[in-house]
Design a protein around this ligand. Structure first.
Ligand code: DGL
Length: 270
């Protein structure tokens, strides 16, 4: 059985790469819903439906455990998947998100309990980061900033235009005197250096590609019953729901290595 990594598109390949680097022995299946990306401006109902279809595809392809690398799907669909879909359809499988690991890291790092979040519009509207951080660190204050222009900048290889936009998004958070900033979107690790230069050394920047692999390793060592079902032949498969030359070259760029993409049909059972 494999570890599945799901994202609305290709940004999740950044986290997939760091997971595979940290835990190389496992077999992985990546699924990016490139036909329907972005999820970040969609309704909760639509995000849930897309995520459920993706999770079912991954379970049908022998994933024991699925990591939802997409923050928007983690924020808008994960709870319903865990509390309703899994017990009804796949009671033995597990689905985890990327939001709680980032919230835990932020709660551990902050000194003044003032935490900023950069994320998509849907993630911000869900207030999922606010809930999770406040649960972990009562009395903390979480300030969110929706940053809808950042994903298109990364996808269009347009980082040279990012700086003024980043300054615009970061300025309200800096005015709140935050000491910790969560990059709450799959694509933002690519912008981490630029963000660190703008916010300065005094602010902890939490990037999920640096946090999630260790948390997964820890989870698997605590859940031997899951780990024992996972095959360890270092196999990797990469699926997308729409395959073009642009998708292939962006995929290779974000993963940092050549990858072969297969086409996934989410509504058909294998
Ligand atoms: N994967 C999404 C996230 O992490 C960003 C791209 C999108 O909007 O679908 O929130």
């Amino acid at each position: 059985m494999k570890i599945g990594i799901f994202d609305s598109g290709l940004g999740g390949l950044i986290i997939a790469h760091s997971l595979i680097n940290k835990l190389p022995e496992y077999d992985y299946l990546y699924l990016g819903d490139t036909a329907r990306v972005p999820y970040g401006n969609r309704s909760q109902e639509t995000i849930y439906q897309f995520t459920e279809e993706a999770v079912r595809f991954m379970f049908d392809h022998d994933c024991e455990l699925v990591i939802i690398a997409c923050n928007t799907a983690s924020a808008e669909a994960l709870r319903q998947i865990q509390q309703q879909y899994l017990p009804a359809h796949f009671p033995d499988r597990k689905v985890l998100g990327v939001l709680i690991p980032a919230a835990e890291e932020a709660a551990a790092k902050t000194k003044n309990k003032r935490i900023g979040v950069l994320a998509t519009v849907s993630t911000v509207n869900s207030k999922a980061f606010v809930r999770e951080v406040e649960k972990l660190l009562p009395g903390s204050q979480v300030f969110q900033q929706a940053s809808p222009l950042l994903v298109p900048l990364v996808e269009n290889d347009a980082l040279k235009w990012a700086e003024p936009i980043l300054r615009e998004y970061l300025s309200p958070l800096l005015q709140k005197n935050i000491d910790t900033l969560i990059l709450g979107c799959t694509h933002y690790p690519v912008l981490k250096k630029q963000i660190e230069e703008i916010v300065g050394r005094g602010i902890n920047v939490i990037s999920q590609d640096e946090v999630v692999p260790a948390k997964l390793g820890d989870y698997l060592s605590r859940h031997r019953e899951i780990d024992s079902k996972l095959t360890k032949r270092s196999r990797r498969e990469f699926f997308v729901t729409d395959k073009t030359e642009g998708v292939a070259s962006l995929g290779t760029k974000l993963f940092g290595e050549n990858i072969e993409l297969q086409l996934a049909h989410l509504n058909q059972r294998s």
